[in-house]
Design a protein around this ligand. Sequence first.
Ligand SMILES: Cc1cc2nc3c(=O)[nH]c(=O)nc-3n(C[C@H](O)[C@H](O)[C@H](O)COP(=O)(O)O)c2cc1C
Length: 371
Amino acid sequence: MALDALFEPFALKSLRTSNRIAMASMARWATPGGDPAPLADFYRRRVEGGASLILTEGANPARDAAGNDPCSLKLHGRTLESWPGVIEAVHEAGGAIVPQIWHCGATAKPGQPWTPPTPFESPSGRQAPGMERGVVMDTAAIEATIAAFAGAAATAKALGFDGVEVHAGHGYLLDQFMWSATNSRTDHWGGPTLADRSRFPLAVVRAVRAAVGPDFAILLRISQWKSADPSARLVETPQALEAWLDPFIDAGIDIVSVSQLRWDAAEFEGSPMGLAGWTRTLLGVPVVLAGGVGMSGDFIQTFMGQSGAPQSVEPVAARLAAGEFDLIAVGRGMLADPDWGRRVRYGLPLSACSPARLTAGLTPSDQERPA
Ligand SMILES: Cc1cc2nc3c(=O)[nH]c(=O)nc-3n(C[C@H](O)[C@H](O)[C@H](O)COP(=O)(O)O)c2cc1C
């Protein structure tokens, strides 16, 4: 039974989960001032519903330009008073919780006129070709941002989180450094090769590792695609993938959290494996896979108005059972139904995910509103 593989425990360093089902990081835009308090019940409910790991929505380190919405979650300052209640809610329900540390770089929220207290900041003042925004980071800003990531990670450990995830995908700050289209710097933080452009994210990871010590689990979220260009790619071959990620493992990454738009999309010619499977095979580290698990289409299509229809979880469970990846992260499925994991466990039907679900609020009545 392939599904049984989803219900095996997982353990690595500080991170222990009772099954292989995670809730994917998902901004809810429902935490005014970045205070996480309203998330406690929302996350607890997903754990009661069968998720054993909550990957929080992106939370900003202490950098004024890190968020792109007045509700962007924060992992510093006064919000630290509310985080213990969120962690406790998840732990009490038997789950693990890992905050995702996220800096938006030059990526404003679509349709959102709000700007952060200081200008958007990024390697070259650009979200994508033709999308100039904010300021180019100088050396002081780069060093302060590295320190802010490290500070957030140290805070995560001190608060009692089970690990920490560094967001280096989706075209946000760390990815903007790595993508040639958004990094045209000629100093230490840029250059013609991906290895050159990876220096900033690598410095972040090294600082995070130094801040949390050797035994605290660090995840790195990566993607090829960018929010401004879903077809963008950083690497075209397995060899390039290995060369890109190997230094991150050396720098202290324990688990790679791979974001594909579709989990079942082959990444390179000659194999059905996606980016997650290739990463696990080439790097030999545990991998979390997200992207259309148990749901048709991809989340960008759902944001554009197309509902996702439930799909069988058997194929993805079979690939997990075969060792292609270690955990699955479910986004839309768990917005559509907090009991997603339990439904899979007991063979009950899964729910469709309408576009309205992506922006619904956090209260049970918001969740139950007809989609
Ligand atoms: C409403 C919404 C908000 C999201 N916010 C984040 C985020 O804060 N950080 C992140 O890494 N990914 C974010 N994502 C991407 C998800 O983590 C996940 O990779 C994506 O939804 C694909 O999984 P799915 O097809 O199961 O929904 C978001 C997705 C959605 C739908």
